[in-house]
Design a protein around this ligand. Structure first.
Ligand code: P1T
Length: 379
């Protein structure tokens, strides 16, 4: 089996059969001409299959170490496709500090179809076990969480879930498959917003589900076509271009993330830093076991909303924007931006304060990033 860096570039890739092009072309077509009735080259209609999308799906399945991948129009569409594995009356246990859009999909959309969700701190196995009911069919884990960067022990939680016949889904968006490999810990499904590290260049929105079990693969293939929230060929091509440099980008995100976290941790005006790579992180030992490097996401608290506002408005190289995982650094204010759909009392319960600032540390020169933080926060 080729190593990770090689799989990023070559996994699932073949020269184009019609021309030998080394890069899979953008098959920008809606349909495929059949030679005669019932005789075609493996593709009939582009919602059902597209060679560019298929090349991306094979690439991402190889990178995550899964058996099949299914690409969707966004990370949320991918999560919605996973939820379609469930039926009315089923119950899901969800990491409490999940992306705000995931919470909104579950609470505002899927509860209308008779699904129920319990939000628990999945870093605490006893809480997970206590939340399981006879109706629980799925455990939806985000680790590290967005934006508090709390971790869940994937090996332990998967063993617990499987002992109760519950499938485990891991949203691996924040870590990327370079940093964390949920399927190797026993997870059943991995989901990504490809919008983030996998694409890596902030120029495409998409999602992927990686599956290992026959019944999941069969259903996801069916529902991708039946519901039709597919990733378009141009976006598939962009993500495929992105994954070729995933390994080198992630090594630099890891290095810059660590350096920024250490810089913030030593800054007198910063009250708290959330980063799994810091020894002060309550789950640093787990992070060192479960992750390869600690990623490029760093959150910190300057103690007051006014202070946060000043920093957010002063930063220059860190652009004020939602999203993450691109080569350029971004900063956001989760309470009013990415997590505005989470009710205030829930935000308080998970420790998401009004003064929290979230950084997506890019791969620019670290000295330039530190200089920007100094001019924004002060000496
Ligand atoms: O934006 P979309 O491609 O639909 O992905 C949704 C999503 C799913 N899971 C996680 C962990 C995410 O962080 C996201 C999207 N997050 C942001 C836009 C953000 O700024 O946090």
């Amino acid at each position: 089996m080729p190593s990770f860096n090689t799989l990023c570039i070559h996994g699932g890739q073949e020269p184009d059969p019609s021309t030998g092009a080394i890069i899979t072309p953008i098959y920008q077509t809606s349909t495929y001409v059949q030679e005669e009735l019932g005789k075609h080259k493996g593709h009939e209609y582009a919602r059902t299959s597209n060679p560019t999308r298929a090349a991306l799906e094979a690439n991402l399945a190889a990178i995550e170490g899964g058996r099949a991948g299914f690409a969707f129009a966004s990370g949320m569409a991918a999560i919605n496709a996973i939820a379609s594995l469930l039926e009315q009356g089923d119950h899901v246990v969800v990491t409490d500090n999940t992306y705000g859009g995931t919470f909104r999909l579950f609470e505002r959309v899927l509860t209308r179809s008779g699904l129920t969700f319990s939000y628990v701190d999945t870093s605490d196995l006893a809480l997970v076990e206590a939340a399981l009911t006879p109706a629980t069919k799925m455990l939806f884990i985000e680790t590290p969480t967005n934006p508090i960067l709390r971790l869940t022990d994937l090996t332990a939680v998967t063993a617990l879930a499987h002992a109760h016949g519950v499938a485990v889904v891991v949203d691996n968006t924040f870590a990327s498959p370079y940093v964390q490999r949920p399927l190797e810990h026993g997870a059943d499904l991995v989901v990504h917003s490809t919008t983030k590290y996998l694409n890596g260049h902030s120029d495409s929105v998409g999602g992927i589900v990686i599956a290992v079990r026959d019944e999941h693969i069969e259903w996801l293939k069916f529902v991708q076509n039946a519901a039709g929230a597919i990733l378009g060929p141009f976006d598939a091509w962009l993500v495929l271009r992105g994954t070729k440099t995933l390994a080198v980008r992630m090594a630099q995100h890891n290095a810059n993330g660590m350096a920024v976290a250490e810089f913030l941790a030593s800054h007198p005006r910063v009250q708290q830093v959330f980063y799994p790579g810091l020894p002060s992180h309550p789950q640093h030992a787990l992070a060192a076991r479960q992750m390869r490097g600690f990623g490029g996401m760093v959150s910190f608290d300057v103690g007051s909303l006014e202070g946060a506002r000043t920093v957010l408005n002063r930063l220059r190289l860190f652009a004020l924007a939602e999203s993450l995982g691109g080569v350029e650094s971004l900063v956001c204010h989760p309470v009013t931006m990415t997590h505005a759909s989470v009710p205030e009392e829930r935000r308080r319960a998970i420790g998401l304060s009004d003064s929290l600032i979230r950084l997506s540390v890019g791969i620019e020169d670290i000295e330039d990033l530190k200089a920007d933080l100094v001019q924004a926060i002060g000496e």
